[in-house]
Design a protein around this ligand. Sequence first.
Ligand code: SF4
Length: 321
Amino acid sequence: MRVIAELGNDDVANVYIAESETGRKNGIRTNKIEFVEALKPPFPRERKWVNIVSTLYGCPVQCPICDAGMNYRGKLNSDDLLFQIDYLVNKRFPDGIIPCDQWKIQFSRMGEPAFNMAVIDVLESLPERYKAPGLMPSISTVAPESTDHFFERLLVVKRQLYPEKFQFQFSVHSTDEEVRRQLIPCRTWDFSKMARYGEEFYSTGGRKITLNFALIDGVPVNADKLLKYFDPDIFLIKLTPLNPTLSAETNEYSSKFDSQIELELITGELKSKGFEVIHSLGELEENAIGSNCGQYVSMLEKNNTTLQDAYTYPVNNMINT
Ligand code: SF4
């Protein structure tokens, strides 16, 4: 694995594009990924440092709001997963001692993590690999069917190694099953199964389980239905904008997060049912950098720079492959 390009702003976020030794076509390396480091301004890196790593080369789910699914080419192995973390650590903290109050490693850049068991191997290795009292892994998943073994192992690792510091999130997006299937076009756990797993995960200690909804025009989020399955003492609701990805634009999805009236309405409904609700709005500059959710690799491969508010930072150090 080697980094072939980077872009961004040290005070907000940087995106790194890398390519693997594995996967070649006509002598050219085809397996590219990207990973990100981000800060939470105005806090310094030592307060909170977020690393967002890829787990798959693309993603087979192909959600119509995400650019990761444009070109799926398989799973990263443990070495290539660790390469991303090592690269960032070596750049910022070459002695391997990460003094951050919170060092969050999100396995959520390119790829649904539950499709890659090497993610669990890496989670097992992190506490020994680095001196990092603030280490907090984060898994965000759409909960695909046929990945139960991943979640069983995750529960064991969480219980043994991260009893207090672990962020676990289901990406849900809609309470309407048919709409959810359109937005997440693969077979997923139903709400009952998600609730059971979340309850068991939470019982091992630490934070509430997050249910994430990217607020999208015309996509229903029903507070009564959530309450039917999810206990507000165990689950919290995170509302986010729909990120300005190429796929979202092509498929004509638009965010309703910007509408203060809509946002207050849904937030009020959820709170009235007892749910804690958080609004997660990244730095606007993150859209320009492309470090939020959109996938720079896909943009480069498609040579498409038509979005107005995203992917507008110049790419530095591009190695000609
Ligand atoms: S949102 Fe997640 S599951 Fe869907 S295509 Fe993107 S990476 Fe895959």
